[in-house]
Write a protein that binds this ligand. Sequence first.
Ligand SMILES: Cc1ncc(C[n+]2csc(CCOP(=O)(O)OP(=O)(O)O)c2C)c(N)n1
Length: 604
Amino acid sequence: MTGGADPRRLSGAEIVVEYLVRQGVRFAAGIPGHGSWNLTDALLDRAAEIRTIQVIHEQSAVHLADGHYRASGQPILAFTSIGPGATNTVIGMATAYADSTAVALMTGSPHTDMRGHGLLQELERRHVADNPRIFEPVVKEWWQPSRVDELPFVLHRAWNAMVSGRPGPVLLDLPMDVQADSAEVTLPDPAEREARGRVRPAADDVERAADLLRGAKRPVIVAGGGVLLADASEALTALAERLGAPVVTTWNGKGAIDETHELAAYTIGDTGSTSGNALAASADVLLSIGNRFTDWSASSWRKGVTFAIPPTRLVQLDIDPREIGKNYPVAVPLVGDARAGVEDLLAALGQGSRRAYREAKYFAEIQALKEAWAKQIELKSGSGARPMTMARAVREVQAATRDDAIVVTGAGLPQGMVKQRWVTRAPRTHITSGGFSTMGFELPAAIGAQLALPGRQVLAVAGDGSFLQTVQELAAAAMLDLPVCTVVLDNSGWISIKGGQTAFFGRPAATDFLRRGEPYSPDFVAIGDAFGIHSEQVDDPDEVCPAVARALASGGPSLVAVKVDRDLAVAGPDKTGWWDVPVPERHAESRARQLAGRAEEQHR
Ligand SMILES: Cc1ncc(C[n+]2csc(CCOP(=O)(O)OP(=O)(O)O)c2C)c(N)n1
């Protein structure tokens, strides 16, 4: 990397671009406008280093950057004009914030000397140039410099905030005159500014945690998204083997361990696995890593369903001290990086015969629980019924892919189905908007993942409702000619919502897509054709794998629409835990169930 010793005269936009080049950023995704003309002009001069990617909606620019980061660990830039373009990104930033992923967003802002006058799309009635405050709850930091010579400082501060500790999105709201003005500046050398190294938990805490784990009869490891963010999978697997502990995963933790490993006990929570929940709930010592115990993962904290803490004793490892003890009492807190913490635990535990656990009764129990779960999922996943189950469709889609293929999900039944039934072999190959569960995330995030890893198979697996929220990005994929394959699991409606509403309220409401009383779907093949990409429709379960294989072999963007069963009995993932949904008294039975469950919840 080049140093910043010599002062140079650069415009604000050039400073931004030069800094990004020094950080190794390879892409800038967005939609230009008045507010970012200077930036896109400066990007033209550095096109060899940073490629500008056109999306069709600004939400997608942020999802694309997010997908790039989740797949590769490398942040890129998303950019917009001022006002509506900027505001269009809020859902993307919220998605990144919920899941602690690094996204750099630059939005345009009014000229500093015109602030407050209502220039362009300025929001100024409460405070001048107020647009960024819309983002306040969903960014780690936001900056709005007023002078060009502030930029070198602002850039390294913002970058550091984005990637250090618990990562998160940051916003640079850059006035148009600041983008245009020039100054003599010395650009920071990133190497001299970055918070390098991994934060290690306190040594005495590590010793106490190791003692607890050493003495455990039923240890369980819960891996959250923090394991993947810290690239801790290898160490985690070694620790699991050292302890003979099964590894269960949250939505974002899926992929922390190869799911074909004998100690992988799958996902937890309400649409997790029976093995994951049974083991986590009966652990004597639970080691949680980079996991924030959300309601989805913890079955709304109902005791004994996914967790029972106490009597389980909790060792909680997290980079963010604010997560420690938030939802459960902690026996040993470990504040630190997931990989450093796991490596330190391994060192403290010392040598032990790695695979001796196979002799233990506990191991036999783990295997029995895994087998029972495998048998259970076979019912829907192995079904030959027509219309096909979504579970079968997911199995057939995976059958057409390589082990290192990346699957991206966003919301609804496909998100839960993939979590529950896709066999994830490697870290960063299961990408989902876990915390925010954002409809429309799949395709743009898949484009970002594909840009990051061109040699990989990348599939966006979406429901029809979710896909239609960002369908326009087929144009982005087409212009880039990327081989992203979108699989639409089409059940003519928001069927996850219908299922939930029916289960909890006894009747569905405005969730089917109907036309003249019949289930309605647009012609997805015609949509693919209209965008000029390979597209197919499949109704027969035996045809899904060949169709996806053809789509992947087409070498360009593709769309495979799969008709799946709408019948609620088979439509979704298996319910494996508990989810607290408030219902009114007029739905007496359902309310009684909710109140009974609530009485056992442990979050207060
Ligand atoms: C942007 C956004 N809006 C609303 C929701 C609430 N929501 C979650 S799943 C879902 C329906 C998803 O429908 P579809 O993608 O067709 O999948 P299905 O569940 O029908 O299989 C909705 C409305 C959400 N998660 N994100």
